[in-house]
Write a protein that binds this ligand. Structure first.
Ligand SMILES: C[S@@+](CC[C@H](N)C(=O)[O-])C[C@H]1O[C@@H](n2cnc3c(N)ncnc32)[C@H](O)[C@@H]1O
Length: 259
């Protein structure tokens, strides 16, 4: 699939088109826990994998890090975000997070949200390895991804969830259990420092209000109601999320590259 332009067939870009800004499974609440847990300050060199429309980028840039590099695969999204960023030390590169082009051991914080889930397992590991490569020893990697529950989920249910998610969000989503996420990070040399969990409530009204605020929620609802094709797809997504409610969750993990 081309990564030149934004493809609104895909669930996250469709929601973005409807005006949704917070496009990660654990919402703004889990993002804030992750960003605060990373304790970003003006001495940090930060890399963000897959900044997308830049919601987390703006939270990170408020902390005035020494440098910020967003690594975004989609050319159009990368271009749109670059236009919003003006400082010289803050840039967006249009590359894959599996091959960022960033110098080895040159940064001390890496963050990536809702981007590993959509990769096959071997690519998840490549991206985690890239985070490890660019980090200095003692540096931190924070992720926020879609999770599966319980930890020993029946493999048949896991397959069913993955297939049905892929069908409605038009992205090969492969969420993992917390043990699986931690193992992927540990296999590449990371040490787990902190884990947080939030329910996966991306399309629940309560969460949309918390993430987007009252007026943006009204605007999103208006946009959905006035775009019948989008409405049909979003309702299908919501039905699938509701169907698997007991098995879907979201995790934020902070891992350290051992010193
Ligand atoms: C679901 S959106 C999440 C965006 C943002 N992180 C957020 O939480 O709002 C997924 C993003 O990952 C980007 N992406 C997917 N694979 C990527 C890769 N290998 N390298 C960099 N970006 C990638 C997509 O272009 C898209 O912007």
């Amino acid at each position: 699939m081309s990564n030149k332009t934004i493809n609104t067939e895909q669930g996250h870009w469709l929601l973005a088109k409807m005006g949704k800004k917070v496009l990660r499974p654990g919402g703004k609440e889990l993002t804030l826990k992750l960003v605060n847990g990373l304790k970003i300050n003006h001495e940090d060199s930060v890399v963000e994998f897959a900044p997308g429309m830049g919601f987390t980028a703006s939270l990170l840039l408020e902390k005035r890090p020494k440098t910020y590099t967003g690594v975004e695969l989609n050319e159009e999204a990368a271009g749109l975000l670059q236009q919003k960023i003006h400082a010289k030390a803050y840039t967006i590169v249009n590359r894959s997070a599996a091959d960022s082009g960033i110098e080895s051991a040159s940064v001390n914080k890496v963050i990536g949200e809702a981007m590993l889930t959509m990769q096959p397992d071997h690519r998840k590991s490549e991206i985690i390895r890239e985070a490890y490569r660019v980090l200095q020893p003692g540096g931190y990697y924070g992720i926020h991804e879609l999770g599966l529950a319980p930890d020993h989920i029946d493999p048949e249910i896991k397959k069913d969830v993955q297939q049905n998610l892929a069908k409605v969000i038009k992205v090969n989503a492969r969420p993992l259990t917390i043990s699986e996420w931690c193992s992927l990070l540990e296999d590449e040399g990371f040490k787990i420092k902190a884990v947080e969990e939030n329910p996966m409530e991306l399309l629940k009204l309560k969460r949309i209000l918390a993430d987007e605020g009252f007026f943006r929620t009204l605007k999103i609802c208006f946009n959905i109601l006035t775009h019948p094709k989008a409405k049909k797809k979003i309702l299908e997504m919501r039905d699938t999320f509701n169907k698997y409610e007991d098995h879907l969750t979201s995790f934020a993990i902070i891992a350290e590259k051992k010193a």
